[in-house]
Design a protein around this ligand. Structure first.
Ligand code: SF4
Length: 83
């Protein structure tokens, strides 16, 4: 299986790693409206079942997989840190 290669500068995220890397095994990007309305359990593992969420600018998109470091919601979805 190919490894993903995502750069991310959000160093307060549980999946952020040194060198500005995302080490989540998968992520889901949505528009801001969807991201703010859906609970944390709605994430990458469910992506195939979800409808597209259009956006017009990069500012209107978000990483739905973001979860703060040391949050008690780290296991709310099935996303894992890659080893
Ligand atoms: S899950 Fe999203 S916010 Fe967190 S490190 Fe990965 S790309 Fe960045």
């Amino acid at each position: 299986m190919n490894q993903q290669h995502i750069h991310c500068l959000v160093d307060t995220c549980h999946y952020y790693a040194q060198g500005n890397k995302c080490v989540a095994n998968e992520i889901m990007v949505t528009n801001d409206e969807f991201g703010s309305q859906q609970p944390d359990r709605i994430d990458a593992a469910m992506a195939k079942q979800l409808s597209p969420t259009p956006a017009d600018t990069c500012m209107a998109t978000c990483c739905k997989t973001f979860v703060p470091k040391n949050s008690n919601k780290i296991n709310a979805d099935s996303v894992q840190k890659m080893s």
